[in-house]
Design a protein around this ligand. Structure first.
Ligand SMILES: NC(=O)c1ccc[n+]([C@@H]2O[C@H](COP(=O)([O-])OP(=O)(O)OC[C@H]3O[C@@H](n4cnc5c(N)ncnc54)[C@H](OP(=O)(O)O)[C@@H]3O)[C@@H](O)[C@H]2O)c1
Length: 295
């Protein structure tokens, strides 16, 4: 089993590290806020003081941090960045939701060290990370993917190779934007339905029974009615991903009107203090029955 370093022990990274430990992998962990390493140490992980040290001790290095800026800190920081500690022949993996431009820049830095790179963002949230049901969207060479496949199979239920480095990142942004657009559209339409006198649970029951609702939209609609705002995929990350999707579309010279409208809605939710709520919490910005309107 390849010794694996996990850089970033937030909601997702901590669960991924725990899962690898449960399956017998030797794991090294690093987190910017060191207190978050304690539960993993108790579960058997080796703790590194810097990302570089974590990379020096491993065959596979995975970062799971917030965004491009965080990834840049853990991989490239002068002196302490993981890239500086990569062993020749090691595999570096970036499953954080980042831009394709960052994935390509990191791939070049990793190649300069004689190591390999996989751009491998994940679909799925906290329960999927816990139960090994993440879905990988892999950008990179098939031979590199083959090297780490057994480890990815512990963390995930499926791997979709989607093209060269950068393709995984842009595919993931499209997936999240599609999800977010549906969530905000549902909140808006449920406000329209309830303002027109329909009862929210009954309206959702009908919407969810129709072929026009996707499985993801149906789950969101049900959770809006349940007011299930405890975070899995929090609004602050949704806004980050929509911002990245909008930038990628603009750089590619294509329009992103709907994505940008959704971005404005999620930014407004953050301004109202709902950034830590689940994506479903977007409903708190809309008057869907008395309790929702009150936020
Ligand atoms: N939550 C989901 O449902 C989900 C699903 C799929 C993909 N993702 C993506 O996976 C990544 C992690 O998500 P998460 O839910 O685990 O986020 P999270 O709980 O907010 O954790 C963020 C992690 O990033 C670290 N970090 C932030 N800024 C940093 C910096 N400048 N330097 C070093 N470390 C920094 C944090 O360290 P500290 O502890 O020091 O703050 C923490 O370890 C994100 O890219 C997210 O978009 C999330």
């Amino acid at each position: 089993m390849k010794k694996t370093s996990i850089l970033g022990l937030g909601a997702m990274g901590a669960r991924m590290a725990a899962r690898l430990l449960q399956h017998g992998y030797p794991v090294v962990v690093y987190n910017r806020t060191p207190e978050r390493t304690a539960p993993l140490r108790e579960q058997g992980a080796d703790v590194a003081a810097t990302p570089r040290e974590a990379a020096e001790r491993a065959d596979v290095v995975i970062s799971m941090v917030r965004d491009d800026a965080a990834a840049q800190d853990v991989w490239l920081a002068e002196g302490t960045g993981a890239v500086h500690g990569l062993r020749p022949g090691a595999v570096a993996i970036e499953p954080s939701t980042v831009t394709p431009a960052w994935a390509r820049r990191l791939a070049a830095a990793v190649a300069a060290r004689g190591a390999s790179f996989l751009d491998a963002p994940v679909v799925g949230t906290r329960p999927h990370a816990e139960s090994g049901q993440l879905i990988y969207l892999a950008g990179g060479e098939g031979a590199v993917l083959d090297q780490v496949r057994p480890m990815l199979d512990v963390l995930g239920g499926a791997v979709h190779p989607v093209g060269p480095v950068g393709a995984g990142a842009v595919m993931k942004l499209a997936v999240n934007a599609l999800f977010a657009v549906q969530a905000v559209a549902l909140a808006e339409l449920l406000a329209m339905l309830t303002a027109s006198g329909l009862e929210p649970a009954a309206a959702v029951g009908v919407l969810n029974a129709l072929p026009t609702s996707s499985p993801a939209a149906a789950r969101v609609a049900t959770r809006i009615v349940e007011r299930a705002y405890a975070p899995n995929f929090p609004i602050h990350l949704v806004a980050k991903d929509l911002g990245y999707a909008s930038s990628v579309a603009r750089e590619a010279g294509v329009g992103a009107t709907v994505v940008e409208a959704a971005l404005s809605a999620f930014e407004e939710a953050q301004r109202r203090g709902y950034g830590g709520d689940d994506i479903v919490g977007i409903a708190r910005c809309y008057p869907i029955g008395a309790a929702h309107g009150a936020g």
